[in-house]
Design a protein around this ligand. Sequence first.
Ligand code: AMP
Length: 144
Amino acid sequence: MLVSQIIRNKAQQGVVTLQPGTTLGEAAKLLSEKRIGAVVVSPDGAKVAGILSERDIVRVIGQRGAAVLSESVDTVMTRNVFGCKPDDNADLILQTMTQKRFRHLPVMEGEKMIALISIGDVVAARLAELELEKDALTGMIMGY
Ligand code: AMP
């Protein structure tokens, strides 16, 4: 299964992004309202400046207290963001996410982000695929 197949249903939804300079408090509000675990920091919705996950927010609050929520996302976000391409294989990106211990990957067309996939999206797509394979095998064995 390819990344392009996983993002087909998500593509219309667009990607939730935050402008650089947004406060961590506003970022936490956005994650809560949208019920998501990470947000890409981008000046224009396409270029990736960084990624901020709920784990980053929890970590800095744990280290420095809740006053940190009035500071900018820029100092806390991860700047070295790994991305994937639409024609990457889903198994490969699951491996990357597991090895590198993050759950989100921007899907890039060159320098432009076209989608964001989470480990949950990949697992759900793989489970659906396995279910189809199971039905096909059952059909072959039972002769439907
Ligand atoms: P996550 O598991 O995605 O909530 O993120 C765990 C940590 O990895 C956080 O510090 C994120 O900022 C960072 N992170 C998340 N996604 C990526 C990514 N695609 N590339 C690099 N770092 C990431």
